[in-house]
Write a protein that binds this ligand. Structure first.
Ligand SMILES: NC(=O)c1ccc[n+]([C@@H]2O[C@H](COP(=O)([O-])OP(=O)(O)OC[C@H]3O[C@@H](n4cnc5c(N)ncnc54)[C@H](O)[C@@H]3O)[C@@H](O)[C@H]2O)c1
Length: 332
């Protein structure tokens, strides 16, 4: 079975590829469990760190180019994990680029799947950015209406609907996951308005000072990379009959305030010399964060066996174990 991961050089895409390699098999849309014989990582960037994995193949290309997407999916990809995107603040700054990558890219995946002899499974990385606005409850649920307040959120909401429709039509078998903020992100801060949550854990543990652009009481729904990768695999494996005619799952996050994140860093520092954390709220970032739900409760996903982290300490410890101590290949 051949698997394609779009955005396969990214933070989540690379970890997902590692997990699929380790697992060795997946269930296709026909319900047959098959050994994974090839994993194609499709991205504008080169995916590094897979030199030891003979079945991993990296392909450079643009998700917004229909011909390239059709070529990489080909006629034989049985599973497509569609993660290629540009993040919230970047898509907000550049409307045209955001729509090309985040909306047209998803349409290209659907068209490529539609041209295949048998419908593939497609797992799509959506976002809690599909929620927004002043009337939002503090904790969003499966029943909360989608009211995105960014172009990024709109493109993700459209992607969910298009994939739902394509599943109804029998072109493919989709599952869309609404991700909360994945934390702790490795590498450099990205252009997501939520990037401070990862930075305020990662930087101090690496001995670097960090200025937090929100108030200590600002809360955010978080999920660790380990849990989100498990969520992608579990959602992939669920039978279509269990999803019915609505293919979208909201993932439950663990809610922590910035002050609680700081406390967890201090509690779990071991003998590291921490960088200093200073709070210096930036009105623009604070306004964006205030417009987001601080909690996500996805009962449907939980009933399918998709769970969140137990505590903010667990999220910090996973980062220390997976990234700081063991330096999983290519993560940092
Ligand atoms: N990380 C989070 O907190 C979070 C939260 C909600 C949703 N998501 C979604 O999950 C997915 C993965 O997120 P991530 O954190 O790994 O992001 P990431 O930015 O690390 O990875 C996205 C990848 O997409 C690639 N990409 C960008 N433009 C492309 C193009 N034109 N063609 C092909 N590839 C392109 C990038 O090079 C990058 O490697 C994204 O769709 C994102 O919107 C992430």
């Amino acid at each position: 079975m051949r698997v394609v991961i779009t955005g396969g050089a990214g933070f989540i895409g690379k970890r997902l590829a590692r997990q699929i390699l380790q697992r060795g098999s997946l269930t296709n849309a026909a319900g047959e469990e098959k050994p994974v014989t090839a994993i194609t990582l499709f991205d504008v960037m080169e995916a590094t760190g897979f030199g030891d994995a003979a079945i991993v193949d990296t392909v450079s290309g643009d998700i917004a180019d229909a011909a390239q997407v059709a070529a990489v999916i080909g006629r034989d990809a049985e599973s497509i994990f569609h993660l290629a995107a540009i993040v919230s603040a970047h898509a907000e700054e550049d409307y045209d680029l955001g729509m090309r990558i985040n909306l047209d890219g998803t349409r290209n995946v659907i068209e490529a799947a539609r041209a295949m002899p048998a419908p593939p499974k497609v797992v799509f990385a959506s976002s809690v950015a599909v929620y927004g606005g002043t009337n939002l409850p503090r904790t969003v649920t499966d029943e909360t209406p989608i009211t995105p307040q960014t172009s990024y959120g709109v493109a993700k909401a459209c992607g969910e609907q298009l994939l739902n429709d394509a599943s109804r039509k029998g072109f493919l078998d989709a599952r869309s996951l609404r991700l909360p903020t994945i934390c702790v992100r490795t590498g450099k801060p990205n252009r997501a308005a939520s990037t401070w949550a990862s930075s305020m854990i990662r930087e101090p543990l690496c001995g670097v000072d960090m200025e937090v652009p929100v108030s200590p009481e600002s809360g955010m729904a978080l999920m660790s990379p380990r849990r989100v990768v498990d969520a992608f695999i579990t959602a992939h494996e669920v039978a279509a009959s269990e999803l019915g005619d609505w293919r979208t799952l909201l993932l439950s996050g663990f809610t922590a305030t910035a002050a609680e994140m700081q406390e967890a860093v201090v509690r779990n520092r071991g003998n590291r010399k921490l960088g200093e954390i200073r709070f210096n709220p930036d009105p623009k970032t604070q306004a964006i964060v205030n417009g987001w739900p601080s909690g996500t409760k996805g009962a449907r996903a939980e009933a399918l066996g998709i769970h969140t982290d137990a505590s903010i300490d667990e999220i910090v410890r996973h980062f220390i174990e997976d990234d700081l101590d063991n330096q999983i290949k290519g993560n940092f």
